[in-house]
Ligand binder design. Sequence first.
Ligand SMILES: Nc1nc2c(ncn2[C@@H]2O[C@H](COP(=O)(O)OP(=O)(O)OP(=O)(O)O)[C@@H](O)[C@H]2O)c(=O)[nH]1
Ligand SMILES: [Mg+2]
Length: 577
Amino acid sequence: MDVLATAGHVDHGKSALVRALTGMEPDRWAEERRRGLTIDLGFAWTTLPSGRRLAIVDVPGHERFVGNMLAGVGPVPAALLVVAADDGWSAQTAEHVAGLDALGVRHALLAVTKADLADPAPVLADVRERLAGTSMAGIPGVAVSALTGAGMPELTTALETLLDGLPAADPTAPVRLWVDRAFTIRGAGTVVTGTLAGGSVAAGDRLLLGGREVTVRGVQSLGAPVDRATAPARVALNLRGVAALDLSRGDALLTPAAFRFTELVDVTLARDPEGRLPAEPVVHVGSATVGARSRPLGGAVVRLRLATPLPLRVGDRLLLRDPGARRVVGADVLDVDPPELRRRGAARQRAADLTTRPGAAADLARRRVVRADEFAAMGWPVPEDADRVGPWLLAAGLVDELAARVPDLVAAHRQAHPLEPGPPVDVVRRALDLPDAELLAAVVRPPLALREGRVVVAAAALPEPVQRAVDGVLARLAADPFAAPEAPDLAAAGLGPRELAAAVRSGQLLRIADGVVLAPGVEDHARARLAGIPEPFTLSQARQAWGTSRRVAVPLMEWLDTRGATVRLPDNTRRLR
Ligand SMILES: Nc1nc2c(ncn2[C@@H]2O[C@H](COP(=O)(O)OP(=O)(O)OP(=O)(O)O)[C@@H](O)[C@H]2O)c(=O)[nH]1
Ligand SMILES: [Mg+2]
């Protein structure tokens, strides 16, 4: 199915043309029919001779309802511009064309209607000339009469050609259905309608509406139930989990986790607005209309603070309207999570950055690290050279850059805290300004390693005979954790000062004092034994609890003090901390 929206001045014959094309009445309200005036959006559909199905969103032409008009055309990619042959280019022709131009609508067809009342040729020529400077430059034009049916076959043919040229919608895209109507049907409950511009919806789908989850009970398209509606399509969804009163035009039903709401966006104006951009433009996107405050950052780059958060993505086209001056300008979203601008000159710098370095890779470079799902929800593709670590995405080159900084951090920490095997991971995480310690796995490289919550110098391989000797010492310490071997024993095993230093560096032995080595983990053993004796205890009592000599007990006690495992009291006794 394809979807297009009408556009054009009040009374120029939009609804009559929709009626002639579809045989359906687009003016839904009694008041509309009584006054012969479209007030709100109307919906009709037909099957063209080729078999192609076409849904039409019929918009009001009256200047008072331009908000409704924009909500109708917002999510629709193609337009049918209607101009009356007996009236020609008029105020709302201009206003609607400006709106479509700001939205960047390129796929459109001009219908000069009421051809039974006046010669359509001059109007056709005039309108096409006026469209020359817009996104709709060069669109085909057809003269028709809804009254006599003249030109209708040509209009149908031109429509088929137009629809043939529409870019295909992405059926796998996440759903962002901008609601244009919400109502209650007796027996069925809440129903919303909208133009599905991407993705697909089926019964049973869960979608997010603001913060709440709703379930799709059933889907209708063009008045008939369907198993699944795939974009582009007009859809009506029967929803569970929400009352119609809680829904209104401009709400969006979203694929969970695929979008994030934002009230701050940096945009680039599609063209320089004639005159200044208003300080408080009205922003239209999809079927939503929200107030905003604008702040020019430099060049065509503007920061918008929205009065209500919207589920926007990078690349979205917004329409900014100055209600007072009846001026509109298009704006493309460049960033949905922009940095605060505090320093002097930050705004100008930001504008320059966004202008000279657009795109996903540059955005990721500015963020350094971001969760991959969040980056995708902003609307970015994964840059080719980005690194992935668990759920995180890192800017190109960042992993290497950080990895190169870790050895110095570890060395500095070991210098300041010689008794610690290395800095706790959180110290390194903070120094590298990383959001999560799990990222350290990617930046800690041999000979460094992550061990027991610290970044340590990993067990560099020891020469065979040294390793055997160290294993012997460790076996002995496993049997008696406080029996530090005597210097002659170490020497006899081939463990001189150099070999011992290497074993300590590798983390296999712990040096408590000159010539006193114990196994890592001795702290736990020491504390366990001390926990078994009354507090406070003397050094001698501790030594007895450990069953070791003064040669070991004295430095071990001091080592425990330094680590904060024990507290030394004024009378020289100690207790566990
Ligand atoms: N003679 C003639 N009259 C037409 C034709 N098309 C529409 N009309 C008449 O023009 C008037 C306005 O037509 P609508 O279709 O309601 O115009 P509209 O553009 O939908 O107006 P709004 O929705 O209010 O903006 C009606 O009285 C129609 O009968 C046509 O081709 N020929
Ligand atoms: Mg109408």
